[in-house]
Design a protein around this ligand. Structure first.
Ligand SMILES: NC(=O)c1ccc[n+]([C@@H]2O[C@H](COP(=O)([O-])OP(=O)(O)OC[C@H]3O[C@@H](n4cnc5c(N)ncnc54)[C@H](OP(=O)(O)O)[C@@H]3O)[C@@H](O)[C@H]2O)c1
Length: 259
């Protein structure tokens, strides 16, 4: 388990799940380090949370990460808890994406979290204390329509988390991944998700962000490898094991845009 008053880093802290993690975790943290691009949003949070510091950083830029993260460790301390939360989807079929767009999805959703882990893990291992929580997606369990590169990146993030957990089993450094289903955030405001069909889906199936984040925060007290929010989405694992073609039909029906 992480220290009682941990230093917590949260990527993608400028909105949605990340901002709510900051709000819920600030009271129990020594410091919360908020990473994202939109400085005005980060400033609004640091005004509100006395122990929060803002670190403007574009995670789509590997050079920025390489240069800035060691400075952040020196200035604010290495994290006891790292939430790799920043990410975005793009609700379009694979054939409509350019190679550059495909690679950017992979960079922000997989390579950036992996790079952050490389920077902070030595500190956690030295202290024999730490927790890395990677926010993946239910989309990683079976690639839905319009989510090819996104699902691939999140599946890679899950596999990485599983290997890390196996490699560090039995010590006080923990690894978890979270598979959110549909959470009501700005995730669905752009990049093809703003269609009437998708908005209807979010209104119907989306769960409030504070409720979802409360479940994620519990991981700190009781670390476990996988958390699905909402929990009933785990049924997909069972269906997939029994009949991959049935799983594909169900996922296709739920994800394809209305005709
Ligand atoms: N909402 C859902 O239903 C849902 C479902 C499954 C998984 N997820 C995952 O949950 C995580 C949080 O998403 P959310 O729902 O809270 O959406 P959100 O409100 O759109 O938040 C996304 C966050 O990621 C940050 N981000 C995106 N690109 C970035 C970049 N290049 N560099 C730095 N930060 C970047 C954004 O900050 P800036 O724009 O300020 O940089 C923002 O703070 C994501 O990984 C998402 O894939 C969400």
């Amino acid at each position: 388990m992480s220290p009682k008053q941990p230093i917590i880093w949260i990527t993608g802290a400028s909105s949605g799940i990340g901002a709510e993690l900051a709000r819920q975790l600030s009271p129990r943290a020594n410091r919360v380090v908020l990473i994202a691009r939109r400085e005005d949003r980060l400033a609004a949070l640091t005004d509100l949370l006395p122990n929060a510091v803002a670190v403007p950083l574009d995670l789509s830029d590997a050079d920025q990460i390489r240069e800035k993260i060691p400075q952040v460790i020196t200035e604010h301390g290495a994290p006891d808890v790292l939430f790799n939360n920043a990410g975005f989807g793009d609700y379009r079929p694979v054939a409509q994406l350019t190679e550059a767009e495909h690679l950017q999805i992979m960079q922000v959703n997989y390579l950036a979290p992996a790079a952050l882990i490389h920077h902070v893990l030595p500190h956690m291992l030295k202290n024999n204390a730490g927790h890395v929580i990677n926010i993946a997606s239910i989309a990683a369990k079976f690639g839905p329509w319009g989510h090819g590169p996104y699902a691939a990146a999140k599946a890679a993030l899950i596999a990485l988390t599983q290997s890390l957990a196996i490699e560090h089993e039995g010590i006080n450094v923990h690894f978890s991944y979270v598979c959110p289903g549909m959470i009501k955030t700005e995730f669905f405001d752009t990049r093809g998700y703003e269609t009437p069909h998708m908005q209807k889906q979010v209104t119907k199936h989306g769960i409030p962000v504070d409720k979802a984040v409360t479940k994620m925060v519990k991981l700190l007290d009781k670390p476990k490898l996988e958390l699905c929010v909402p929990g009933h989405y785990r049924i997909l694992d069972f269906i997939k094991a029994m009949s991959p073609s049935l799983a594909m039909k169900l996922v296709a029906k739920g994800s394809r845009p209305a005709k």
